[in-house]
Design a protein around this ligand. Structure first.
Ligand SMILES: *Cc1c(COP(=O)(O)O)cnc(C)c1O
Length: 253
């Protein structure tokens, strides 16, 4: 792995350079859209990369980190906490999540961006209450509704709630008590399709959710390949892996 072959100083310089590039892209996209760069948060997606990389990113001031699998994230979050006990890292779950993982996720995540069903929301609320009762967690869990921009067939595989069902899911989360805090909407651009019209539909759906839930201000959209299009359509949070950390190879898309 790059981190070992180059040594830590080399990897730190590499990550600093790619971070500067990504921030430059976000700033340029904001300028093009007439938005202030401070409106867009950068989430570093550290999946498949070691805890040492996550620790270096936190040294560089990037403390919002994201993972897409509980099995990988739980030990990595613990390792980063050991490597950088002083760093105020917030972990975000952005991947498909089975209900039986809710308890584990409540142990490391500050936010889950991939809530796409009432049953999953219920499982997370229960897990958070359990952790709060046990004294292992004090904060509620921030949640984003994952919206699907895919065809029905792709949505089966990739997860996400149909856009027209988002208001109902948002209402259910708002009713579920104090354990979950509805913060907004997240989506991944469709496969093999222009992201622009998809992000435009997403922005409309987000506006509908926000009209009933004024605190649901976050719109998490945009990745390494399409962050400019997402920022043009109002994204407040881009999730970037490859452009920051490098390629992951074919096995882990
Ligand atoms: C992996 C992943 C990303 C980051 O993708 P890149 O193309 O590497 O920037 C963003 N969002 C989700 C949900 C992911 O799984």
């Amino acid at each position: 792995m790059a981190a070992e072959s180059q040594g830590e100083p080399g990897r730190r310089a590499e990550l600093a350079a790619s971070l500067e590039q990504v921030r430059g892209r976000i700033d340029a996209a904001c300028t093009a859209a007439g938005r202030a760069p401070g409106e867009v948060r950068l989430l570093a997606v550290t999946k498949t990369f070691p805890a040492s990389d996550a620790a270096l990113l936190s040294d560089l001031g990037l403390t919002d980190l994201a993972e897409n699998r509980d099995q990988e994230a739980a030990p990595k979050a613990a390792e980063v906490a050991e490597l950088r006990p002083e760093a105020a890292v917030r972990w975000h779950m952005v991947g498909r999540l089975q209900r039986n993982k809710a308890k584990s996720v409540a142990g490391w995540a500050s936010e889950v961006q991939s809530v796409d069903s009432e049953r999953l929301a219920e499982a997370l609320a229960k897990a958070v209450r359990g952790a709060q009762d046990a004294g292992t967690r004090s904060e509620p869990l921030d949640v984003l509704l994952q919206a699907s921009l895919d065809t029905a067939e792709d949505a089966q595989r990739r997860g996400g709630c149909p856009l027209e069902e988002l208001p109902q899911l948002a209402d259910a989360i708002a009713r579920s008590g104090e354990a979950l805090r509805l913060r907004g909407v997240m989506a991944v651009a469709p496969l093999d399709a222009d992201p622009e019209p998809a992000f435009a539909r997403l922005a409309e759906a987000h506006a509908r959710v926000r009209s009933d839930h004024p605190d649901a201000v976050e719109l998490s959209a945009g990745m390494s390949g399409d962050l400019e299009a997402a920022v043009a359509h109002g994204s407040t949070c881009v999730r970037v892996g490859t452009a920051l950390l490098g390629g992951r190879g074919l096995a882990s898309p």
